[in-house]
Ligand binder design. Structure first.
Ligand code: FPP
Length: 226
């Protein structure tokens, strides 16, 4: 079982289009599925679940869609906060919240503060996140801090994921690329691609991904068995 699983939840729009629904219905269905899949992962003993919710490039979408995504995000945090507290889930965020609409930012910050003491599980969300920007930001912070020992370990401490293990498994639905997601952290991550759009990527699909992961040989650049 992975310690850390990451998801790039793609295909919400295509899922909706196929059903002659507006794209927003795809995002709503995507969030419903996120709840189910994250719950299942935690139930299976996976400690960290990372998801890509909003990339630095997603601002290019029509304003209506961006507004809808932020309103869904706000609703998600307001609705999920109680359950996160009950289930010992800590929220972690990768990305720059400063550009967010105030209400979405406040809901996110509240969820961050109110779950900060939880230790059992982590839901780590990429929000206004880009992997290259994260690496540049970490380099700037490292210089500002006057870090003298420049190693992979010290550098990792300046990333958003300083206190998290690297993902063991990354699942991407619909497309076969990384799209600027956790570029540093995914150096040795196993990647699983599925053609199923995110809203339809259910428990069975998750179990299939986990079974394939369990059968993979992880070598981290060494030889088999090392
Ligand atoms: C990909 O589908 C999905 C997104 C870009 C957004 C995912 C975000 C949410 C579901 C809402 C906010 C998140 C949380 C955590 C509450 P797409 O729109 O790119 O689909 P398409 O490629 O088929 O058009």
């Amino acid at each position: 079982m992975p310690r850390h699983i990451a998801f790039i939840m793609d295909g919400n729009g295509r899922w909706a289009q196929k059903r002659l629904l507006p794209r927003s219905a795809g995002h709503e269905a995507g969030i419903g599925n996120l709840r189910k899949i994250a719950d299942k992962c935690f139930e299976l003993g996976i400690g960290v679940v990372s998801i890509y919710a909003f990339s630095t490039e997603n601002w290019k979408r029509p304003k209506d869609e961006v507004d809808k995504l932020f309103s869904l995000l706000k609703r998600f945090f307001l609705k999920e906060l109680k359950r996160m507290k009950e289930n010992g889930i800590r929220l972690s965020v990768m990305g720059d919240l400063s550009a967010f609409p105030a209400d979405a930012r406040e809901a996110t910050e509240r969820a961050l503060a109110e779950t900060a003491q939880n230790t059992a599980r982590v839901l780590n969300i990429g929000l206004n996140y880009g992997g290259r920007a994260e690496i540049l930001n970490a380099a700037k912070k490292m210089i500002e801090a006057g870090e003298r020992e420049i190693t992979e370990e010290t550098f990792s401490k300046y990333l958003y994921t300083a206190d998290l293990p690297d993902p063991d498994l990354l699942v991407r639905t619909c497309e076969k690329r990384l799209s600027n997601f956790m570029l540093w952290q995914c150096a040795y991550t196993e990647i699983y691609f599925s053609d199923t759009p995110w809203p339809s990527f259910g428990e069975r699909a998750l179990m299939k991904a986990l079974a394939e992961y369990a059968g993979r040989q992880r070598k981290f650049g060494g030889l088999k068995g090392n």
